[in-house]
Design a protein around this ligand. Structure first.
Ligand code: DX5
Ligand code: ZN
Length: 220
């Protein structure tokens, strides 16, 4: 079995201590650091923006996996890359010209991701599957951490896996929302390559140990 990448979401970290929160993940089982940018328009919440992303990048050891929950993401791609993003994920629902946005992200030298809201079927990616590096399947409605995992996501992951394989796409499947020790293994078995986890990691007494336990659970 291929072991998935683990991407703790800093949305659930202590925002008043982002340097310490970022630094303590150095050398942990975290493969990427997931950074959630929200604009209060695409989603009904505001998290943090590009200057904070840049500050996180100064202290991060792992690549930054940036999830843009914003309208008009095309206007911010270069700034997001300059702030240190390795991966830039935009929402399908926010991009009438998704193909162009994907090309722009790749031209900036970043991995290009597309996120799907829970109600968006995977087949909308049919004609772009070969152009993307990552699909972020939202397993909660975007905007807030700490929500419950939507069980139908498991079926969606399996469908997406099939779609990507048929299209000859090597895009990674990332799951975002409500991921915990109970759904991690079924998600990986369904085809998930990257697990994002916010509250499960940061609300634990020891986030680094929790990541290590999750890694061990998926390896055994
Ligand atoms: C939700 C964000 C998620 C969030 C996940 O809108 O995209 O990345 O941090 O948090 P949990 O793991 O608590 O659901
Ligand atoms: Zn996210």
């Amino acid at each position: 079995r291929i072991t998935p990448l683990l991407a703790p979401s800093l949305l659930a970290a202590d925002f008043a201590n982002l340097q310490a929160e970022t630094e303590r993940l150095a050398g942990s089982a975290a493969d990427w650091l997931h950074c959630d940018i929200m604009d209060g328009r695409f989603v009904p919440n505001i998290s943090f923006g590009i200057p904070v992303l840049q500050a996180i990048h100064r202290h991060a050891q792992q690549p930054l996996d940036v999830h843009l929950m914003i309208e008009d993401p095309q206007n911010y791609l270069e700034a997001v890359r300059d702030a240190g993003a390795a991966n830039i994920t935009v929402h399908y629902e926010a991009c009438p010209h998704l193909h162009r946005v994907i090309q722009q992200i790749k031209k900036l030298g970043c991995r290009a991701g597309v996120a799907l809201n829970p109600h968006t079927p995977v087949w909308v990616l049919q004609d772009i599957a070969q152009d993307i590096d990552l699909v972020c399947v939202m397993s909660v409605n975007p905007g807030f951490g700490g929500q419950s995992f939507i069980p139908h996501t498991l079926q969606k992951v399996a469908e997406l896996k099939e779609l990507l394989t048929d299209a000859g796409s090597e895009a990674l499947i990332e799951i975002d929302g409500g991921v915990n020790e109970q759904n991690a293994l079924p998600l990986v078995e369904a085809g998930a390559d990257v697990l994002v986890a916010g509250s499960f990691v940061f609300n634990a007494p020891d986030p680094v140990a929790t990541l290590a336990e999750l890694r061990a659970q998926l390896l055994s």
